[in-house]
Design a protein around this ligand. Structure first.
Ligand SMILES: [Zn+2]
Length: 188
């Protein structure tokens, strides 16, 4: 950040902590330390400090404000790259790949199974863009629908139960499957 941003930043501190003194010497001291960082990052740190129940009452120290920040110069050196998703064939930014891969596989499975067992065409692109919470809800519904549908093969239900309850042993799952089969037989 530049000198103007430093002064503006110190004014912000002053507005929250009357005891905070600003003079020329202090400005050049703070500027000397803050110039390596982005104004936006430093201001965000101050916001966090102000919101902190533990530290919010005391004047923020420059050491803590900058402690975990990445200097502007180094930021430029962090290279971002894209990773190929084998499921959909798109190149995905590295920061999104973990979230994307999980969603991409789950969404494909839901689309495939809705078509196969419930004769419904869902759009994968819509599932991809759902907020996490909504997608989780849909995924739960999908699981329940699959487990209670008689057309879904036992081996597939077994896989779904494995995903839903990773802590269940094979024995536990066998018992559940047995109960399901029992119920289905009664229906017929
Ligand atoms: Zn994908």
């Amino acid at each position: 950040m530049d000198k103007k941003e430093t002064i503006r930043f110190m004014d912000r501190i002053k507005s929250h902590y009357q005891e905070f003194v600003i003079d020329d010497f202090k400005i050049s001291e703070w500027y000397g330390k803050l110039k390596y960082y982005d104004s936006e990052d430093v201001n965000k740190k101050l916001d966090e400090h102000l919101a902190s129940e533990e530290y919010g009452d005391s004047i923020p120290k420059i050491y803590f404000l900058t402690k975990y920040l990445i200097p502007t110069e180094e930021k430029g050196k962090i290279k971002h790259y894209t990773i190929y998703c084998p499921k959909c064939g798109y190149d995905i930014p590295d920061e999104e790949i973990n979230h994307h891969t999980k969603r991409c596989y789950e969404a494909s499975t839901i689309v495939r199974d809705f078509k196969r067992y419930f004769y419904k065409n869902l759009q994968k692109s819509k599932l991809m863009s759902l907020p996490d919470e909504e997608f989780e809800k849909l995924y739960q519904e999908y699981m329940n629908k699959m487990l209670s549908c008689e057309r879904v093969e036992i081996f597939r239900k077994r896989i779904l139960i494995h995903i839903m309850y990773p802590e269940y042993t094979d024995n536990d799952i066998n018992k559940i499957i047995k109960q399901m089969v029992g119920k289905e037989e009664k229906h017929e």
